[in-house]
Design a protein around this ligand. Sequence first.
Ligand SMILES: Cc1cc2nc3c(=O)[nH]c(=O)nc-3n(C[C@H](O)[C@H](O)[C@H](O)COP(=O)(O)OP(=O)(O)OC[C@H]3O[C@@H](n4cnc5c(N)ncnc54)[C@H](O)[C@@H]3O)c2cc1C
Length: 500
Amino acid sequence: MITRAPAAAAAQRFDLAVVGGGIHGVCLALQAAERGLRVLLLERADFGSGASGNSLRVIHGGLRYLQSLDVTRFRESVAERRWFARTFPGLIEPLPCLMPLYGEGLRRRVVMRAALTVNDALSSHRNDGVAKDVRLPGSATFGPAAMRRRFRQVRADGLEGGALWYDYHMRSSERILTELLHAACTLGVQALNYTEIKRIRVQDGRIQGLEALDRIDGAEYRFDAERICNCTGAQARVFAAEQDRDYRELFIPSLAFNVLLDCEPLSRDALAVAAPERGAPVYFLCPAPFGVWAGTEHVGRPESCRDAVVSEAEIDAFLGRINRAVPGINLSQRNVRAVYCGLLPVRTPGSTDLTARECCIEHAEHGGPAGLYSLTGMKFTTARRVAERALAKLFPGLRPSAAPCGAAVRPLSAATALLLDGARVSAMDPLDAMTFIRDTAAAESVMHPEDFFLRRTNWMFTAPQPAMLERLIATALVATPVESAPRKSSAHPVHSWQRS
Ligand SMILES: Cc1cc2nc3c(=O)[nH]c(=O)nc-3n(C[C@H](O)[C@H](O)[C@H](O)COP(=O)(O)OP(=O)(O)OC[C@H]3O[C@@H](n4cnc5c(N)ncnc54)[C@H](O)[C@@H]3O)c2cc1C
C-alpha cells in the first residue's frame, strides 16, 4: 500500500526527507530505505506528474553516446537498461529501432555498421540475468530492399539501406514509478503526494526538517528530518534559491515534447527518421497498441522559463518535419491525441544542448544550511544510478545494501496486468471494473480521478476508446474524498500534459 498518512509522518523523525516524487526522488527514497534509513518523500502534486510522466518511455542503451566517444556514459546506460530489464521484465519490452540510411555523415551504412559492431561488443553483457523473452538481440544493417520490406513508406531518394538496433520501451513508465514507490513503502518510506513544502527548518546552520501544507485538506505539518534532498526537477533551482541561493548549474531549462498520434503504425519497429534537410533532428515513431508515439522534439527556452507549455506553431513545425521525413504520412493536428511535455536541463540558455551529467549540490559547501542537498538529472534511464551516487554524497560511509537495488519490487500481478491493458478493462463488466478501480485507487494514494487514469495506468494508449475509461474512473471515484483534490492545472504548473 502507498498510504498517505501525513499526521503519522509528522510524529516520526526521519534521516532523510526527499522533496519531489519524480523518478529521481523515488529512486533516491527507495535506495535510502534499502540501506536502512528512515525516509519521507514529499510531492506537491501527484507522483510522477512532472517530466517523469512525459518521457518517450525509451530505456536507452546509449548508442548515441558512442558518437561523442563517451564510453563511460554508454556503459552506464547499458548497465541501467539491464537493471530495468531484470527488475521489471513485465513492464518493459524490447524495442527494435530502425533507421533508414542515406549515405550522408554518420548515417552512412559503413559508419553505422562500425558503430553497431562497437555497440554490440561493448554491451556484450546486456542480457546477463535478464529473462529470456526480454533479452536483446544483436544489431544489424541491411540494404534498401530489406529496408523497404520493414518500412514500406520509407523515403526512397538516396536510400542506402537501414540500421537496426535494440533498446527497451516501457510499457508503462507510470507503473514503473508506482512499483518503485510500492517497494519503497514496503521498506518503510512515508510517501505523501499533494504536499507542498512551505519552508525548510534550520537551526544553528543545520537542517531540522520542514513545514508543509497538505493540499488536500489545507492542514499544515512540521516534519523532522536530518537531511533534505531537493529532487524537484525543473523547480530545483527555484527551490534552492528560495531556501538558500540560486545555483545556475542546477537547471537551465529547455522544452521537450512528444505527441501521441492517432494513426496506423508504419512498421512494427520504432522508426528513427529525419527530414531530408541537412542537420534535421532524428525523431522516433514508436508503435503503441492504439496509436504511435512521436518524439522527442527539443526547443530552446529562455532561462526564466518555468512552465512546460508547447505552442500550436511548435506542434505544427514538428509534424511538418515528420511529414517531410515520411512521405505520405500527412499528419496534422487532427492526428494528435495528446501532447506530453516537460523541461529538461541544457548547458546554455536558449539551446537544446542537453547537459551530460547530473548536478548534485551540497549546500553547506557554498555557505548554505548543513544537511541540504539539491539533485537534478537528465534521463529516466539513469535515474537509479544518479540517485545512488547522490546517496553516497548525502550519507558518506553508508554500508551497502545486502540485497540488490529493487529486490523489494513485487512481481507483476494479475491486477497490475489489468492496469497495463486498457483493451481488457474496456471489455469488462463496468461494475467489476469500477470495483477494481476503487480498490487500486485506495492502495495507491490516488487523490484525483486524473491521477488514476494518467499515472497508475497506461490506458491512454492501450484502450480503443480511452475517453470511455476516463469516464468510468470518474464515476468510480466520484464518491470518494478525491473530489477535494486540486485540479492538476493549478496543482502542478510545471507539468503540462496537454490534450488536443
Ligand atoms: C518530452 C520528454 C521526453 C523524454 N524522453 C525520455 C526517454 O525516452 N528516456 C529517458 O530515459 N528519459 C527521457 N526524458 C527525461 C526524463 O523524463 C527526465 O530526465 C526525468 O523524468 C526527470 O525526473 P525528475 O525526477 O528529475 O523530475 P520530475 O519528474 O519533473 O520530478 C520532479 C517532481 O518534483 C515535484 N515538485 C516540484 N516542486 C516541488 C516542491 N516545491 N515540493 C514538492 N514537490 C515538488 C514536481 O511536481 C515533480 O513531480 C524525457 C523527458 C521529456 C520532457
